[in-house]
Ligand binder design. Sequence first.
Ligand code: ARG
Length: 592
Amino acid sequence: AAAPAAAATSAGGSLRQQLAAAFQMAIDTAFPAMAGEPAIVVACNQPKFGDYQCNNAMALHGKMKGKPDAPKAPRMVAEAILAQLPDTGMVSETSLAGPGFINIRLSKDFLADRLTNMLREGISSWAPRGFAGKRVIVDFSSPNVAKEMHVGHLRSTIIGDTIARALEFCGADVLRLNHIGDWGTQFGMLIQYMAEKRPGGLNAATDEDVADLQLLYRAAKARFDDEEEFKARAREAVTLLQGGNPEYQQAWQRICDASRREFQKIYNRLGVTLTERGESFYNPMLKPVVDDLMERGVAEESEGAKCVFVEGAQIPLIVQKSDGGFGYASTDMAAVKHRIHEEKADWIIYVTDMGQATHFDLVFAGAKKAGYFPEGRTVRIDHVGFGLVLGDDGKKFRSRSGDVVRLVELLDEAKSRIVTTVKERRPDASEEEIEEASMAMGYGAVKYADLKNHRTTNYKFSYDDMLSMNGNTAVYQLYAHARITSIVRKSGRDMDELVQTARVRLGHEKEVALALHIARFSEAVEDMLDDLLPHRITEYLYDLSTVFNQFYTECQVVGSPEEESRLLLCEATARTMRACFHLLGIHVPKCR
Ligand code: ARG
């Protein structure tokens, strides 16, 4: 069995995936009747007994009970599995515990080789398997034109970017879609307001009227709410706009362009890329989609509206309102269809606040009822909901004046608050270096503070907390990384050469613990993608710093007989930290 096992376990993937592949073979060989029963391998919950454990024996015993030749006890099942475990070189020791848990200790040589190879081949060789080539759409950020982009959109941008980065790291073909709200009745109101304010005509010369879209929106809305006649004219404006009136179309374009410029300021600061495909993109598909749903009886008329009723839901999905208009849900139905059938998505991920959970549940159920999910191909669809950002007072985050927080100002505030620290740490740094480092730490701090929480919980926004040098912050992590790279630099050794010529060797207990944690990087990525929880990565990174500190306290690096191997361990730690920063969208500044 040794040859196929080697093939199955050398093709990349996490330690857990590789061990699972070996145990899969063992199970299939030991119990052919149970072949296909997936191997369950997880990190050992008691590190003193092992690094991993295989938990299949109990369930297998249950399933085989009563059959001829069935093993009498789960422990016998475990023994039979172990007897067939192929020799992959990964395992140094196994033991049975409790009713039939198999504890697995990894071989030190195997771990050492794994790190040596990663240093030579790059950390992408550790990308979890199973994602390469998958077409994934991540719908995130998605602010609304002419309305404020608020902290909720900031969260969506940060979380969505991290998820997209993790998928890209694993070789997925990711389409990052910005589903901006660029269509709808608010444009009639805005354009009508502009038209009546501008004696020179709707699109006369300057961009003054769209320069501050929030002001424009507020003024137009006030008038819309107060004046019945204006309301009526605004409705006509919508009809004109949707009917393709060139003047109105041009005004709409100008409003969208102005919004786009504002959004782009945020994306530039955060280093986030997105493909804009707003609601207007789906506009031509809405009527055909609704007609089709009606014809096939998926949708039905109810109180004048066209609705899809899905089982178990309190409210229907309204695909066309009673006044004939199409709304948010209509667009999302058309978008699901387009994404599955035109974009050929294998996985669609939506990142919005949790308040939209019901909406997405309805859309997903509606899409299922409509038969949008293909027969022979599995399409996964997820709503990634997140909690609120709160102010110090525990209420919804607002600016001092009580207004919505301007995101550009929020980001720049974080950056300017860290400048002093950067200057103190590096009095000799140039202006440019200080600029780079404060951007990295300031913007990084905002991202990290957001990502480190379980995404569904609300969290308090605090500059002091997120910019702290101690504790689980981006600033702490970036300094920890800088310290490790300086150990390597100050050793005076040529690291590129060392990587090619020397090997990691593991002796000291803290060396082994560090190597094991580094090697578990892939599992952190895997876990993060499993339930789309970015804090799995920040937690992993925080533990990595801790495990490294324990190693560095007990193991002398430079000047010790183990210098070469230990420098490689430092280098492997630094690289793994950088891989985490990359996934979190945190830039690592050159300034140390
Ligand atoms: N524009 C929406 C909002 O601000 C978010 C859009 C999310 N994506 C979607 N396909 N519905 O709440």
